[in-house]
Write a protein of this length. Structure first.
Length: 312
């Protein structure tokens, strides 16, 4: 078992914990000590020894590798600069969601029984950036998110050289951005798919569930089907290959253009869920309500796929 975390407050350290299989002892190493203003407390693994750190002041993704040794080290291979911010603007919150790195043997076992199986070369990560605004004297958090395939980041990580890549050189073609102000917020991705849920639920009617799939092969097949005269999925399935743009607003220096292709399906039914969880086999809707002054969560299986079949 391996994990990595931030420790300390005045002088935060990036700590690496390792526990070999069939052993109970846990060994912790401090890989890097940095001022609190250097990184957000967010670490994402691209492989078992390659990870992503998010720089605060640099407004960038830092791709690092844990090097073997006693103690192990942490080497920066590439820095991917995010879209430029307006003067005086800084991001106050960063979150990254996605599947954990899974051994290829486990994926092979699952692939024999699942129709939607995680391809390690196609799984996506979803980064969410939060900016504080004051509107009418009230604090307001503007959130924007972008999806990127894990393999796209890994390709830059293995190049090495500690090179810095400007946003225009690496970002637009391998990411897809969305603004929460459009009314939909992304859920935690499952494999190459991600659900979006509404910020506001329509009372009495609910909202449809929207699923985006960034798997390149499924995008290609969906595009081929959509161009077929006999296709029966045109009404529910759309393929997006053209670029999209989110407005710069008060945070970014320029509008953000991105073009990572995806196919999108919208459910025929409408649901009143507050959030949606998704993995290779199922989609689960979550409803939050208050029962006798207690916060209650209700789970409902919305969709389940089995080998060779698709429902929903």
């Amino acid at each position: 078992m391996k994990s990595i975390s931030f420790t300390g407050e005045r002088a935060p350290s990036i700590a690496y914990a390792s526990c070999p299989l069939r052993e109970t002892s846990l060994t912790v190493f401090k890989l890097r000590r940095s001022p609190p203003s250097t990184y957000f407390p967010q670490v994402t693994f691209l492989s078992e020894d390659t990870l992503v750190l998010v720089q605060k002041q640099g407004n960038a993704l830092e791709l690092c590798q844990i090097t073997p040794g006693h103690p192990p080290g942490l080497v920066t291979h590439s820095v991917l600069v995010l879209p430029a911010l307006q003067r005086g603007i800084s991001c106050i919150m960063v979150e990254c969601q996605g599947d954990q790195v899974m051994p290829s043997g486990d994926l092979l076992t699952r692939s024999h029984r699942l129709h939607f199986v995680s391809d390690p070369n196609a799984t996506v990560l979803c980064f969410t950036l939060g900016f504080r605004q004051i509107v009418g004297g009230l604090d307001y958090l503007r959130s924007v998110s972008f999806w990127i395939r894990r393999c796209s980041l890994y390709d830059y990580a293995i190049r090495g050289g500690n090179q810095e890549h400007p946003w225009e050189a690496w970002g637009p073609s391998v990411t897809r951005w969305t603004d929460w102000e459009h009314g939909l917020a992304p859920c935690r991705p499952g494999g190459s798919r991600s659900a979006l849920f509404p910020m506001l639920i329509e009372v009495g009617t609910g909202n449809p569930i929207v699923i985006r799939d960034f798997h390149p092969e499924r995008v290609r097949r969906a595009l081929a089907r959509s161009q077929s005269p006999s296709s029966s999925t045109k009404g529910r399935l759309k393929v997006v290959t053209e670029s999209s743009k989110i407005e710069k607003g008060e945070e970014f220096l320029n509008d953000i253009v991105s073009s990572l292709p995806y196919c999108e399906a919208t459910s025929e039914k409408r649901y009143g869920y507050h959030e949606v969880l998704i993995d290779d086999e199922r989609i689960v809707g979550i409803t939050v309500c208050v029962v006798h002054r207690l916060l209650a969560l209700t789970y409902r299986l919305v969709f389940r796929s089995s080998a060779g079949t698709t429902k929903g």
